[in-house]
Each structure stands twice: as C-alpha cells, then as structure tokens.
Design a protein around this ligand. Structure first.
Ligand code: FES
Length: 215
C-alpha cells in the first residue's frame, strides 16, 4: 500500500505542529511543545501521537517517550479530565496537606496516581508548587485553586463534577488560551534562509577546525 499515513492530529493541530517545528533552528527543539500539543488534543500522549511527533522532529518514538516520561506535566497514560495535585512539601505539610491528601483519597475513592471510575479526576501528590503562602496548596489542571480544607475540597469536587469553573479550569492538557503569534508569522523563506546560513557557518567552522588540526 502506498501514500502518506493520515495525521494523528486534527487538521488545525497538524497545521500548528508544522508552525511549531518551523519556529526552531533544529526541529527536535519542538519536541516538548509538540508533546503538549498532542496532550491538548488527546488528554495524554498516545502511542500514535508519539510516533507522529517523532516523525515531525526526526527522532525515534522511544526518544519521545523517554522525554515525555521525564516531565510531570506530560502523561503517557490516560488521566482524568481534571488532574488534581496536592502539594505535600514542607510548608503545605505543616498546613495540613497530608490530612487533605488522605481526605481526598477517601472522598474520590482513589489512591495517589489513580483516576476515579467516572474518568473525571486523577489524584496526584506534588512537590512544592510555589504557592507556599496558601497552604495546603492545590492545583487542578495546573491552575491554582487556593488553599483547601477537606470541606472546601469536597465543594470544589462537586463544582467540577457539575461542570462548573469551565473558564477557569479547561480540560486537562490545555496549556494556554492565548496562542503565541510572535515567530509564527515568520516568513518561511526567511526561516529557510536563516537555517541555510547556520548550516553554512557550521560547515565553515568544522572545515576550519579540520584545517587547524592538520597544521
Ligand atoms: S510547599 Fe507547597 S506550595 Fe510550596
């Protein structure tokens, strides 16, 4: 059978993926932004998405997996619509984080790392989230929701279950509402010329160092 494999990305995201790759002198520099793009579409990094990202930046799918599995914000397994992170680092621990985490596990009926049966919530224990003056600190989909008590946590869960806070907390994987435009408007010919000039300069440097070594 011949012909290109259909893109895993939607047409809109496939276009954004191409724009992202064009932003960087080296395509592989777009690896993490592309992972976020895939996660925004699917909620986590599927095997198909990792294959496509690998092809776009010229690495192997294993390298994509190796990179993605290193970062907390990237998920290589399905997660809930809401990823709830409770910080248990020292300031939050002193503010009742362990009690809150225990309460959250009981209330959601999942352990840390688990996802509720309805697929809505994944519970995570986090290291310092840099909001140490509001303890215990909780994030939902990487949005700060302020210090929580067991009671306010239950209210928060109920609100999210009922479809509240949609503006404040978009589905997991959505990083930003405002798209970057600087650089995306770059003239493709100018980018290609810049890359060619860089390649030429690199080749010249390599040739020069080779000459120097021969003297
Ligand atoms: S210790 Fe929890 S946010 Fe810093």
């Amino acid at each position: 059978m011949t012909g290109a494999r259909p893109s895993h990305f939607s047409p809109e995201l496939a276009e954004r993926a191409r724009e992202l790759v064009a932003l960087y002198p080296e395509p592989r520099s777009a690896l993490i932004p592309l992972c976020h793009l895939a996660q925004e579409q699917d909620g986590y990094l599927t095997a198909e998405a990792m294959e496509e990202v690998a092809a776009l930046v010229g690495v192997t799918p294993a390298e994509v997996l190796g990179t993605a599995s290193f970062y907390d914000m990237l998920h290589t397994e399905p997660v809930g619509r809401y990823v709830v992170a409770i910080c248990t680092n020292i300031a939050c621990m002193l503010g009742g984080a362990l009690e809150l985490l225990e309460h959250a596990e009981a209330h959601l009926q999942v352990g840390v790392g688990g996802t509720t049966a309805d697929g809505l919530f994944t519970l995570e224990e986090a290291e310092c989230l840099a909001d140490c003056d509001r303890t215990p600190c909780v994030q939902v989909n990487h949005r700060f929701v302020g210090a929580q008590t067991p009671e306010s946590f239950e209210r928060l869960v109920a609100e999210l279950r009922a479809g509240g806070r949609v503006e404040e907390i978009p589905p997991h994987g959505t990083l930003v509402r405002v798209r970057r435009t600087i650089g995306l408007a770059a003239d493709p010919a100018a980018v290609a010329a810049e890359r060619a000039a860089e390649a030429e300069a690199r080749a010249a440097r390599e040739a020069a160092s080779g000459d120097g070594g021969g003297r």
